[in-house]
Design a protein around this ligand. Sequence first.
Ligand code: ADP
Ligand code: MG
Length: 259
Amino acid sequence: MDKSRIVSLNSINMIYHTLNEETHAIKDINLSIYDGEIMGIVGPSGCGKSTLLSIIAGLISPSSGMVEVKGQLVEVPLKNIGYMFQRDQLFEWRNILDNVVLGLEIQDKLNKNTLEDAKELLNNYGLGDFLYSYPYQLSGGMRQRAALARTMILNPDLLLLDEPFSALDYQTRLAISDEVGIILRQNKKTAILVTHDIAEAISLCDSIAIMSNRPGTIKDIIDIELSCEDEPTPIKLREAPEFRHYFNKIWKELDIHVR
Ligand code: ADP
Ligand code: MG
């Protein structure tokens, strides 16, 4: 049997209207994402990447076109979607455990068992000693792990990651993206990762959609296949012989000019 399709975008257009102008943000986007796939989206700043994620999540309606998630037409914000942003959006006045169970609380699913699940998850993410710490007491990488735990505890069918590592310094970013990649694989999650880091996209994703300048269109979709002798992790995959080839190909297609 074919893998089931989780996301299907058909001829999506988004035109923003403001008082004195019209912005054609994305144009005629067709895209499918299948169960267990991690798809990267790279494209110049302002080309409509965040817009696209918001449309998939049902947070905004496209000007035209159709979005389906798990075969259902998306018309209202979806509950079975997890989000992770550049800023971790942790609430400073809640401790880490209370931040992580927030979604459970809202969905009225917080009980003894789910509270234990949350503690165990934080433990697995190396935050077992910080359950009752406040966000300001954690490093950027730890905060981002807590944000991931808050998302994963709800067991979403689809994860939308909007440049989740870009606020971190280079070393932390490598370590965290590696950890997140491993967690997504272990849990067989379907995810869309927006990033402007080409190497990050290649090491984490099964396929990469390259967007053009605004109005953003999908210029190309590249399937990534990297060979790795041991257990493949995102960091080890960066050593794969094919890595450079993909990097150069995507770099050329991105067509970024620096004056
Ligand atoms: P990206 O995430 O690729 O940087 P965005 O999706 O944030 O791009 O934005 C795409 C374009 O749409 C940009 O030109 C941006 O200014 C415009 N835009 C985004 N959100 C709005 C909005 N709410 N109202 C008007 N214009 C918007
Ligand atoms: Mg954006």
